[in-house]
Design a protein around this ligand. Structure first.
Ligand code: FAD
Length: 455
């Protein structure tokens, strides 16, 4: 007998229910990651995510080696690749942790059915969400379209389970040696002659489980007590910075939840901060709740009147000014440059740059979503789409369209001393800096006029 553990958005050995189950069964284990750019409907990951994935797989390979296992890498349409591997090693069991996108669920469901038909055990576990989307329902049995009642419903549920311990060498694990692709051959990293855009990423991040644990520890010991005061200040590292680690499952929400909860209980000075972060973590759950119940959220306006919205035609040059942080609006430019250089952008600034694109430039939110998809290390199908729709006003629980962020006012409130802008746009205020590409007042009025046509 042999177990295959199929890793996906759960690149960790601790608190990994699928791996844990395989260890309990005691049979030899084949651990596999499948790079799937090919299954029909699959959205290939963006450039920053590819960089992250490369390093995260390296780290996972090491962690598995430390406990006596090996990571096998295969590429191709996931269903075919996993089926082929099962035949190749004569596996009797395939285990994985669930994912929630429509295409991914289709692949997993078909695979499960065909494996079982062939007499192979196939089991999925809950590893990536605190609450499965089908277990949080309204009094009428429907799903939640608004955050606050969803949050209350999740908080009213029993405490999430405690994290599972990582396997150790002493568990006496056996791995099955099988042929693996070489990670370097996958070409996930930017290759010459493309400029080395990954320098800022290397400086800022340490992908993998150990990097995630380190970030969480620093956050809990140094920052959670200031979270409420600092969470909106882009110049400070006031938030957890765990989003890419959560995206790739290098840390599970169960681990983060219990660490926060324990902290909340121990240090009353940190209780308020910990509760506020837990609430953000529930926003992540809410994104997946919507993705599961309304898969079209990634591509279609949730409010259909936005299908008639008169988006402006922008030239490639204009769009590039937004992408490259050359709009002449300092806070917008700082955010876009932070994103390009480091693969991340502070949440407050994400809202500002998104509002500027969708409202002042009147560009369809999907154009911005696609840029974020390519450049964010935490790019995630659920949170990215939900938040873009939230800013655009096209989601059900969204900022109303007429609430248009004024980037200058936002800068004076949240970057009072200009430290954030200075870091990324040192030339702001000098003759070298361009004039704003649109007049903020006029473009605001034009956006409101455009909105009036669909109300
Ligand atoms: P913390 O404040 O420490 O929060 C803890 C965790 O809660 C985060 O790591 C994240 O997993 C979750 N979280 C926090 N805020 C949100 C939110 N608004 N929606 C969903 N989950 C949240 N987040 C992504 O993870 N992936 C995306 O692709 C993404 N795209 C976004 C696009 C736009 C236009 C906007 C406005 C926001 C987007 N966000 C996205 C949400 C948010 O900006 C990031 O989750 C946050 O900045 C991550 O920083 P942190 O880990 O320090 O967060």
């Amino acid at each position: 007998a042999t177990s295959v553990v199929w890793f996906r958005d759960d690149l960790r050995v601790a608190d990994n229910p699928a791996l844990h189950e395989a260890v309990l069964r005691g049979d030899p284990i084949v651990c596999v990651y499948v790079l799937d750019d090919e299954s029909p409907g699959i959205r290939p990951i963006g450039g920053a995510s590819r960089w992250w994935l490369h390093h995260s797989l390296e780290a996972l390979g090491e962690s598995l080696r430390d406990v006596g296992l090996t990571l096998t890498l295969r590429r191709g349409p996931a269903r075919e690749v996993v089926t082929g591997l099962v035949d190749e090693v004569g596996a009797t069991r395939v285990l994985w942790n669930r994912r929630y996108g429509e295409v991914e669920r289709g692949i997993d469901g078909d695979l499960k059915a065909s494996l079982r038909e062939a007499g192979v055990e196939a089991e999925s576990s809950q590893g990536s969400l605190l609450a499965e989307p089908w277990t949080v329902l309204t009094g009428q049995g429907g799903w939640y379209k608004v955050f606050t009642p969803f949050y209350r419903a999740v908080m009213a549920k029993p405490t999430p389970r405690h994290p599972l311990a990582a396997p150790t060498k002493t568990d006496g694990l056996h791995h099955r040696e099988v042929a693996s692709d070489a990670l370097g051959d996958w070409g996930l990293l930017p290759a010459a002659p493309v400029p080395d855009w990954a320098g800022g990423l290397r400086e800022r991040w340490r992908p993998g489980e150990a990097g995630a644990a380190e970030r969480m520890e620093t956050f809990l010991t140094e920052r959670v007590s200031h979270y409420v005061a600092d969470q909106d200040l882009p110049a400070e590292e006031g938030t957890s910075m765990l989003s890419p680690h959560l995206r790739w499952g290098e840390i599970s929400p169960f681990q983060f939840w219990h660490a926060l909860d324990g902290h909340r209980a121990r240090a009353s000075s940190d209780a308020e901060g910990a509760a506020a972060v837990l609430r953000q973590l529930i926003w992540r759950e809410f994104s997946y709740h919507l993705l599961f119940h309304l898969p079209s959220i990634t591509t279609e306006n949730m409010r259909s009147e936005f299908d008639r919205f008169p988006w402006a035609e922008v030239t490639d040059d204009e769009l590039e000014r937004w992408q490259q942080g050359d709009t002449g609006i300092p806070l917008v430019d700082a955010g876009m440059r932070e994103l390009w250089q480091t693969g991340i952008m502070h949440n407050r600034v994400r809202m500002v740059v998104a509002s500027f694109l969708v409202k002042n430039l009147r560009v369809d939110w999907r154009v911005g979503e696609a840029w974020f998809w390519d450049t964010l290390v935490d790019a995630d199908p659920a949170a990215n789409a939900l938040n873009w729709q939230w800013v655009a006003g096209s989601g059900p629980d969204a900022a109303p369209y007429f609430r248009i962020f004024n980037p200058e006012l936002q800068a004076s409130k949240f970057d009072k001393h200009g430290s954030y802008v200075n870091r990324y746009v040192p030339e702001a205020g000098t003759p070298a800096y361009p004039e704003p590409m649109v007049d903020l007042k006029e473009s605001r009025r034009a956006a409101l006029d455009a909105y009036a046509t669909i109300r």
